[in-house]
Design a protein around this ligand. Structure first.
Ligand SMILES: Cc1cc2nc3c(=O)[nH]c(=O)nc-3n(C[C@H](O)[C@H](O)[C@H](O)COP(=O)(O)OP(=O)(O)OC[C@H]3O[C@@H](n4cnc5c(N)ncnc54)[C@H](O)[C@@H]3O)c2cc1C
Length: 519
């Protein structure tokens, strides 16, 4: 590599939250770090933005809840960032014997949750099964979560650590659908459990590839409890705290710089990037890639090692003048919308939606989940909108694979498909509650997988960069101690595409930095 190029210990490709974590750790350890981000701002899929003209609410535009970010990373980097627990875990509207009802899971009130199960299912059986099942995942969470920021265990090591053969079989070996069907009898309860296995992932309960199990695992182990919490100030608060920490430690963060090529010979590397002034080259001992592995292959000029990733979700951001009333009068909308509100997500509906999407059709009814950030943290509204009672609403639709949109499905059709089941459980049309922006347009924006690819550079709109991996090494672990290696010894993954990546966690950023520092 030419000696005259500006030279860094590490160049980081991409300024998503994981790139920032890697930059902060490496610069904090005295390394000379340059981070290059193609967008005008850092944060990737973990940002807050003003989505609606004339209204100062700052919504978490893409990712919105935090579970997988270890306290250790927050403390070690000295981040001024907090999360707030949601009292309500979930509410799922249902119709039983012609009556609107629903299932409410209240973290803080076990008796209330038990009563809700009883009323919906007619006995205590499902609640007992629920406690047993999530007792099991809670134990696995306690044991597995701390391992995510340690060197990657082998499969046998992680199995020993889990220490419960039945739990291991359920989560790591057999399709999740088997245990869901064994534990639960009620179709709605089964569906609520299964949703965590389908987030952003086009899979089904009995998928022999166990893609659903891997997705489920990452949704139930976060923080050692599996709780999903509200980022105070929105996702942008996390990214801003990380960017501050990285800069304070001495990392150089450059935005508006798209990396166009990476060359590496194992000992040194050269990175080419483009900004508004033209093309530039820098040299580095290490390249850490925060972009997806598919993107890295392109930058290295190599064929991708696996098929192109594909995302399978629809994200809708909304701002409301007030929360809508529900047909189920037994629940206060402030409870129903504070947790995850499941729509068209019974077990049968999920299976049918998967089949329809596989056949190239938009699912109908389209499954989705909703959540209101501002009930738990009104700060993102700003004082004026908060005082007027405005609320935010986030909708995450399942089984909307990118291929539907490349084949011509429009965002508007997908939006209608997810809003129909919502309107069906409301006592008034959602449209009556939506705020209007300064041009008089309803405050509602929709992001298909193709939008995510275009805006964030996520290949196929896959929110995890690629299929999630089980958090262990398939070999003896010696070749890839931290789960961040590539075929090039001095090029590492520091983003969601690493083993134990995916989600807002900072874990792959931390692990890539540890891999550099220990060599
Ligand atoms: C709609 C949506 C909802 C989600 N909801 C949640 C949630 O609630 N909770 C959760 O935990 N996770 C959620 N996720 C997943 C989570 O946001 C991501 O897995 C995580 O943010 C990935 O972080 P990252 O830093 O690894 O990568 P990214 O956030 O993808 O950042 C990668 C960065 O690299 C940049 N880049 C790419 N190519 C180049 C290049 N050639 N040169 C320079 N820069 C480049 C990109 O612009 C981007 O800024 C969601 C994701 C999406 C999209």
């Amino acid at each position: 590599m030419p000696a005259e190029l500006p030279h860094y210990d590490a160049v980081i490709v991409g300024g998503g939250h994981n790139g920032l974590v890697a930059a902060a750790y490496l610069a904090g350890a005295g390394r000379n770090v340059l981070l290059l981000e193609r967008l005008a701002h850092t944060g990737g899929a973990a940002v807050s933005s003003q989505a609606f003209a004339g209204l100062p609410a700052r919504l978490s535009r893409y990712s919105y809840l935090v579970s997988l970010l270890p306290r250790k990373i927050v403390d070690e980097l000295g981040l001024r960032f907090a999360v707030r627990r949601r009292r309500i875990s979930s509410y799922t509207p249902a119709v039983r014997e012609g009556q609107a009802t629903g299932l409410l899971v209240d973290h803080a009130d076990q008796a209330r949750t038990a009563a809700s199960f009883h009323e919906l299912t007619g006995s205590e059986r499902e609640f007992k099964a629920w406690q047993e099942f999530y007792g099991m995942t809670g134990q696995v969470a306690e044991r597995v979560f701390p391992s995510l920021t340690e060197p990657l265990p082998t499969r046998a090591e992680l199995r020993r650590r889990v220490g419960d053969e039945a739990a291991w079989t359920t989560l790591f070996e057999r399709p999740l659908g088997e245990s869901v069907e064994r534990h639960f009898a009620d179709d709605l309860v089964r569906g609520v459990v299964l949703t965590d296995a389908l987030i952003g992932t086009q899979t089904w309960a009995h998928d022999p590839s166990l893609r659903q199990n891997r997705c489920f695992l990452y949704h139930v182990i976060g923080g050692g409890t599996g709780d999903w919490a509200v980022p105070v100030g929105g996702m942008g608060a996390l990214t801003d705290a990380l960017a501050d920490a990285a800069r304070a430690a001495g990392a150089e963060l450059r935005t508006g710089c798209e990396v166009t090529a990476v060359a590496a010979d194992g000992a040194a590397a050269e990175v080419t990037y483009r900004d508004e002034a033209g093309d530039h080259r820098v040299g580095a001992r290490w390249v850490l890639c925060n972009a997806a592995p598919h993107t890295l292959a392109r930058l290295l000029g190599e064929p991708p090692a696996e098929p192109a990733p594909e995302g399978a979700q629809l994200k809708v951001n909304m701002l409301l003048r007030r929360l809508p009333r529900l047909r189920d009068r037994s629940v206060d909308p402030r409870d129903a919308f504070a947790g995850t509100l499941h729509l068209a997500e019974s077990y049968r509906e999920l299976a049918a939606a998967h089949r329809q999407a596989e056949a190239g059709q938009l699912p109908s009814p389209a499954p989705s989940e909703l959540y209101c950030h501002s009930l738990t943290d009104p700060s993102i509204l700003g004082p004026e909108l908060a005082a007027q009672g405005y609320q935010t609403l986030t909708l995450f639709g399942l089984h909307q694979p990118a291929r539907l949109f490349t084949a011509g499905t429009t965002a508007q059709a997908a939006l209608r498909a997810v809003l129909a089941p919502l309107d069906a459980v409301l006592d008034e049309p959602l449209a009556d509650c939506l705020a209007l922006d300064e041009h008089g347009r309803p405050c509602l924006e929709v992001k298909t997988p193709l939008d995510l690819e275009r805006e964030l550079g996520l290949p196929g709109g896959n929110i995890f960069h690629r299929d999630l991996a089980f958090p262990y090494s398939d070999g003896d672990g010696a070749a890839d101690r931290w789960g961040v290696a590539t075929a090039h010894p001095n090029v590492l993954l520091c983003g969601a595409g690493a083993v134990r990546g995916g989600g807002v966690s900072g874990i792959p950023g931390h692990n890539a930095a540890m891999a550099v520092l220990e060599r």
